[in-house]
Design a protein around this ligand. Sequence first.
Ligand code: MG
Length: 402
Amino acid sequence: MEKEVSRKRRVAILGSTGSIGRQALDVIRQHPDRFEAVMLSANNSWETLCAQALEFHVKDAVICNREHFGKIRDALSGHGTSVSCGMDAVCRIVSDPEIDIVLTSMVGFSGLESTVAAIKAGKTIALANKETLVAAGGIVTGLALKHSASILPVDSEHSAIFQCLQGAHGAQVEKIHLTASGGPFRTWDREQIAAARKEQALRHPKWKMGSKITIDSATMMNKGLEIIEARWLFDVAPERIKVVVHPQSIIHSMVEFADGAVIAQLGHPDMREPIQYALGFPERLGLSSRKLDFASVGTLTFFDPEPDKFPALGLAYEALEKGGNMPCIMNAANEAAVAAYLQDRIGFYDISDIISSCMSDGLFEEDPDIDAIFETNREALALAGEKIDRLSGKTVTDNFQH
Ligand code: MG
């Protein structure tokens, strides 16, 4: 019998000029018969967005920063792409009936609004923006259920867990083993880490990613965010989510079942694989990538995380346990602190100190709605900003005195 030819999946990529967005376009480039990019959005990189829109002949291109609107509109004029600007345009256009899948790969909390808009339009979400589930996990998963929108993970660990669960037939998950590379400071001692400059923190041993997530990997807050993301994606209690440091990053995560059997998903670190799995789900397509040769890998090693060196992990469990808007406070404080660290305004351990202090001082709400989450984010950013100002003022004085 002749196989039915499936229609191309029409993909919107929010954050198409970032690391995930560019790799998603590479997947689409490899499968022009299966996928079609129809909408692209970017925050600031209008020239890259423009080149992408021309290459993929997309229907819509949206630049969030209004300053660049005129330039990209002129550059794309007459090419069949309509150009819009602003987050409200992104939120409006994602509901276009011509879009099947929305890949959310914006950075940080800024992804929440458009992800919610796509869910409300019943789109399939390929979720690369973990902060959405960190800040508003219960609300977002509730909306997805209400609007019959599937959320497919793109984060490599969560894609691994999702893949391990295929064929589990709803079996009770005993434990999720979330693997962590350990980041660039895994073998450093606390004093060395305390003095780490951003150039060192930005040198991730295994994954090439954007600067925010790379700093999150160095502090291990990335793993903290992923614990919360896993809790919501797989509806698993926090005490069943365990982090294991695995420096080779070959095992991307594992699921343990009641009988003690552990299923793992393996591969060389390459984000195109989880991106493609989400876009093509439930089918597996070919990918021109480096394949595993076990003999040349040789050894896989595992370690317990070191909470004294990486306090962010404990903060994430604490925020998850507290619930309500606490993960949102934690996430906002982290975003502000990471930005300040990247501007050389604060030291490495100031990041976790600021998060911890915002979690103590922030206004806790047990059952926030989506508006309250936006309000919490604003307040927590402001609170973290004050703490950063005080701290960076002090750091300058200290340096001056020494
Ligand atoms: Mg990850």
